[in-house]
Each structure stands twice: as structure tokens, then as C-alpha cells.
Design a protein around this ligand. Structure first.
Ligand code: M6R
Length: 365
């Protein structure tokens, strides 16, 4: 039931503050602020030398953020593959001790085959999964639930941000297990994660401004999304969201890759969405944005107040989000990207919840 919402996708975007908090509750004891494993699950990261992450589509972008999280907060090196490659690549797994799969449905054919492959190679397997009792939830050694509730819209929204929340809390947990995160840091990080619902709510408030921008986006045939560090996976997720529901061709790039090719596409008709919270990557990203501006590209900058004050680029439009800790930016900045895709699709008159050629769950290869 869509309730008062126009589409399931809109409803699911609006549910994020609440479901993020549910998901966090599975990984953090909210009374003590200590990380924990979800009920009935057992996983100790202290002896894990390397993690292999794998998923499809939006789950893959969540896994990419997951890699940044595990490397930053737990200092565990990670491998990452799209599942359709992992299952056939027959890569030497070397010192990989744990394989983590990310799937909303728990039924995606390539991800399931990858999970089975990992098991056949004697790896411990874990799945970050939204559908309880799904095939992957039954077959993985460890189940890491996202508590996003049923997601009906084909374009994943709340499942994605809950996957990020699960991976962020798990990475902190892993850091604790390995002695990389001490007790005070653990409390500080979980306190920060608990701010996600409030910040998600504030991000939803950008909707009107995004809707205005979407009118222009809807006149375009192509769009570019750029980000660095934690924002690089988001650039790809933002592009995926836009293309799957509005059918506008979009590409997501690491901002530093711009001058290695895509800059050739920039002229005064090219919209460039830049994800640039005022974090350690900010200055570098802004210098890439200057290059876009010099060629007349139409820039939309997603940033915070200090970003807007420190990196004003001629002719760019800013969507200003609240200031937040780095661990939260992928979760919160995903929301304006979802809204941009959503409102652009509405402008285009496409079928938002059931885009052409797509299925909610891809159970064949
Ligand atoms: O159910 P899964 O998370 O395994 O699905 C993976 C992809 O098919 C899915 O994320 C797809 O890319 C979405 N349509 C993205 O919005």
C-alpha cells in the first residue's frame, strides 16, 4: 500500500529515517552504545586477514562503500567484484578468510552462485540481506539483516542506505575485534551513527530544491556524476538510479578520473552532479569541478555549509546538506541522489516503480 505517496519509490525514500534506526539497532546496543552481532549470529573479525565482497547493481555500490569502511575503521584489506565476475573468475582466494555478499532480495542468481562458490572454496560466508528466509539468508554462515522492510520499487533506495548502515556498524565492530577502534572511539562512532535518522530527515527536506533542478535534468540526454573517496561509490549509485528510472544516460566516475577521458564530454549542455561533502577529499574534488566549470559544464554541487563557503565554483548550484561525520556521508548523500532520479523520472513521465526491461529481483543469469 502506497498510503498517501504517489509511488512506492517515494514512500521508500521517506521511510529511510525509521528503517535506518531499526537497522542500526540490530548491530548496536542502543543503551550502552556498544557494537554487537545481530541476534543469533557469530562472527569474530580478530583473525580475518582479508575480506572478499561481492554483489550486483546497487548492492555492489554498497559493497564498494563497505570496502572503504572495512579498510578505514578495521584496517582489513578487501577484494571486491561484481558477482557475475566473481563466480567465474576463479581468482586465487589467497588469504581471504571471509566472503561478504550484499543483496536486498537474497535471490539474485549471480550473487547466490558466488556465495555457493565461496562456500565450495571453504570460505566463511556472510550475507547482508533484506529478505528474511531468502535463499541467501538460509545458505550463508552468517546473516547480517538490513531491516528496511519490504522494498517494492524496482529502484533500490531504503535497502541501499540500510546496507550502508549495516556495513558501517559492522566495520566498527570489526575494528573493535581487532583492537583498531578503542572503547571511546567505539562509543563516539556509534553515537555518530545514531544521528543518521535525523540527518536523513534533513536530507529529505532538500526535495523541493531537487525537484526544481529535476526540471532541467529532464531536458538532458546525458549526465555525469563525480565523487572521491567515500563519495565515489555514490557517484556510480546516483548515475545508476538516474538511468534506470528516467532512461537518461548517466555515468558515475571517480572525480580524479575526469581528465583521463570523460572531460572530453564536457560542454555547456552537460550536467555534472558532484558529491562533495567538506571532507578530506574536498579540495581535490573542487579542483576537478573547476575544470568542468572552465568548459561550461552545468554543475550541481552536493555539499555542506563549509563546502559551499569554501569551494564556490562560478555558475554552480549547491544543494546544502548538514555537516556530518565522514562515516555518515554515503548514507545521507544518497538521499538527494534518489530524489533527483525520482523527480527527473516524474518529469519524463516514465514508470517510476516498474521501469522498462527491469525486474526487482534478477533470478536468472
Ligand atoms: O536483490 P539484490 O540486491 O541482489 O539486487 C541486485 C540488483 O539487481 C539491484 O540492486 C538493482 O541494481 C536495482 N534495480 C538498483 O536500483
Amino acid at each position: 500500500d502506497k498510503g498517501n505517496y504517489r509511488h512506492f519509490m517515494q514512500k521508500e525514500i521517506y521511510e529511510q529515517p525509521e528503517v535506518l534506526s531499526h537497522t542500526l539497532g540490530a548491530f548496536v546496543d542502543m543503551t550502552t552504545g556498544r557494537t554487537k552481532m545481530p541476534k543469533g549470529q557469530d562472527l569474530d573479525f580478530s583473525k580475518i586477514r582479508r575480506i572478499a565482497l561481492s554483489a550486483c547493481g546497487t548492492g555492489y555500490y554498497a559493497a564498494l562503500v563497505g570496502r572503504y569502511y572495512f579498510e578505514r575503521y578495521a584496517r582489513i584489506p578487501c577484494d571486491l567484484d561484481v558477482a557475475s565476475e566473481f563466480r567465474y573468475r576463479e581468482s586465487p582466494l589467497g588469504d581471504v578468510d571471509l566472503a561478504i555478499f550484499v543483496s536486498q532480495s537474497g535471490e539474485t542468481a549471480d550473487t547466490l552462485a558466488s556465495l555457493r562458490y565461496a562456500k565450495s572454496q571453504g570460505l566463511k560466508t556472510a550475507v547482508v540481506v533484506n529478505v528474511e528466509g531468502s535463499t541467501m539468508a538460509r545458505e550463508a554462515d552468517v546473516v547480517l539483516p538490513t531491516l528496511a522492510g519490504p522494498e517494492i520499487g524496482v529502484a533500490s533506495t531504503k535497502a541501499f542506505t540500510c546496507q550502508l548502515m549495516a556495513l558501517a556498524s559492522l566495520a566498527v565492530r570489526a575494528g573493535v575485534d581487532r583492537g583498531v577502534v578503542d572503547a571511546d572511539e567505539e562509543l563516539e562512532l556509534t553515537r555518530v551513527l545514531a544521528e543518521a535518522p535525523r540527518l536523513a530527515r534533513e536530507a529529505i527536506h532538500t526535495e523541493e530544491r531537487i525537484e526544481a533542478l529535476s526540471r532541467e535534468m529532464a531536458t538532458k540526454r546525458h549526465a555525469l556524476f563525480l565523487g572521491r573517496g567515500f563519495s565515489f561509490p555514490l557517484a556510480m549509485e546516483g548515475a545508476l538510479k538516474l538511468k534506470e528510472i528516467s532512461y537518461i544516460h548517466a555515468e558515475g566516475y571517480a572525480a580524479g578520473e575526469l581528465k583521463h577521458g570523460p572531460i572530453a564530454l564536457i560542454d555547456d549542455t552537460m550536467p555534472v552532479v558532484v558529491i562533495a561533502p567538506h571532507d578530506r577529499s574536498f579540495e581535490k574534488t573542487i579542483s576537478n569541478v573547476q575544470e568542468v566549470a572552465a568548459r561550461g559544464g552545468e554543475i550541481v554541487l552536493l555539499t555542506d555549509a563549509s563546502g559551499a563557503a569554501n569551494g564556490p565554483v562560478e555558475g554552480s548550484r549547491c544543494i546544502v546538506l548538514p555537516k556530518m561525520a565522514e562515516i555518515l556521508t554515503p548514507i545521507v548523500y544518497a538521499i538527494p541522489l534518489q530524489l533527483l532520479a525520482y523527480h527527473t523520472a516524474i518529469q519524463m513521465g516514465t514508470d517510476v516503480d516498474q521501469p522498462r526491461n527491469l525486474a526487482k529481483s534478477v533470478t536468472v543469469e
